[in-house]
Design a protein around this ligand. Structure first.
Ligand code: F6R
Length: 264
C-alpha cells in the first residue's frame, strides 16, 4: 500500500458489523480518524466526545487541531469525557492523563476547559468519583462518539482481560503486562501507578459511535482477537463486535494477523 492509501477490509466474521480500514501510514490513519470525528461533530455541534490517551491517538489529535485551526471543526460547544486516569495521581503530574490531554489536544483547540472531563486522580473517594462520572454522562444523553486505542492484551480503557466485562466506571488494579507496557513513559516500572479509574465496557458500548485506532506490530494479536476471535472478556475489545457503529482504523502492521488482511 502507498502511504496515503486507505483500504476497507471485508471481515468474514458474520457476527461483526465492525467497519475496518487499513491505512498505508500512521499519518493516513490519523487523518481518516480525524475526518470521521470532525464530521460527526459538524453534524451535532453540542457533542459529547469520549477520548482516550496513549500514543495511538496522538496523530488523530494533531489532525483535529489542524482542522480546528483551518476552521473545519469547532469545539466551542463540545464536551469531552476521558476514558481513564491513573489512581492515585496528581493531575499536574506530567504522567497524568489530564496533563496528556491538555498537552496533546485541549490546549491546541478552541474548547472550553470547563467542558473537558478527566476522572480526578486525587478523588478522596473513588467510588463517589466513578458514580458521579457515570451520572454526568447519562444526564447529558450519553457519549456521541468514543475514541479508543487498544492495549497489547486487548484492553480498552483500563478494562483488563479477566473473567468479566464490568459495566460502569470503576477502579482497576493494573496487570503486570499493562504496567510493563506503560513503563516506557515513566523513569521505571516502579513509578507506574498500580491502579486506575476507568470507564467500563457499558460506558463504551452505550456510546452511539466508536472509533478505534491502532498501529504497529504489537497490536496485531489484539486486533486479530478483537475482530476475528470469540467474544470473550479475555479480549475486552472483542465485545465491540456487538456494537452497531464501530470503525477500526489500523495500519498494516496492526492488521497483519487478520485473515481478511492476508486475503487482500
Ligand atoms: C488510554 C487507554 C488505553 C490505551 C491502550 C493503548 O486512555 O484507554 O486503553 O488506549 O493502552 O495505548 P497506546 O495507544 O499507548 O498503545
Amino acid at each position: 500500500m502507498n502511504a496515503n492509501e486507505i483500504k476497507a477490509l471485508e471481515l468474514s466474521n458474520k457476527r461483526s458489523g465492525v467497519k475496518v480500514f487499513v491505512a498505508g501510514s500512521y499519518e493516513a490513519l490519523s487523518k481518516k480518524a480525524a475526518s470521521i470525528v470532525a464530521g460527526a461533530i459538524n453534524n451535532k455541534p453540542s457533542f459529547l466526545l469520549g477520548l482516550a490517551t496513549g500514543t495511538s491517538p496522538i496523530g488523530l489529535y494533531e489532525e483535529l487541531a489542524n482542522l480546528n485551526h483551518e476552521g473545519r471543526v469547532d469545539f466551542s460547544e463540545v464536551t469531552t469525557y476521558n476514558l481513564d486516569e491513573y489512581y492515585p495521581i496528581d493531575p499536574a503530574n506530567d504522567q497524568s492523563y489530564r496533563y496528556f490531554m491538555n498537552k496533546h489536544l485541549f490546549n491546541n483547540i478552541n474548547i472550553d476547559m470547563n467542558r473537558t472531563h478527566v476522572l480526578f486522580g486525587q478523588a478522596p473517594d473513588w467510588k463517589v468519583e466513578c458514580a458521579e462520572y457515570d451520572k454526568a454522562i447519562a444526564e447529558q444523553g450519553g457519549i456521541d462518539l468514543q475514541v479508543l486505542g487498544i492495549g497489547n492484551n486487548g484492553h480498552i480503557g483500563f478494562n483488563e482481560p479477566g473473567r468479566d466485562f464490568i459495566w460502569g466506571t470503576h477502579r482497576v488494579e493494573l496487570t503486570e503486562s499493562t504496567i510493563e507496557a506503560n513503563s516506557r513513559l515513566f523513569n521505571s516500572a516502579d513509578e507506574v501507578p498500580r491502579a486506575a479509574l476507568s470507564m467500563g465496557i457499558g460506558n463504551i458500548m452505550c456510546a452511539k459511535q466508536v472509533v478505534l485506532v491502532a498501529n504497529g506490530p504489537k497490536k496485531a494479536q489484539a486486533i486479530k482477537d478483537a475482530l476475528e476471535g470469540e467474544i470473550s472478556p479475555y479480549c475486552q475489545a472483542s465485545i465491540l463486535q456487538l456494537h452497531p457503529n464501530v470503525t477500526f482504523i489500523i495500519d498494516e502492521e496492526a492488521a497483519s494477523m487478520l485473515d481478511a488482511y492476508k486475503a487482500l
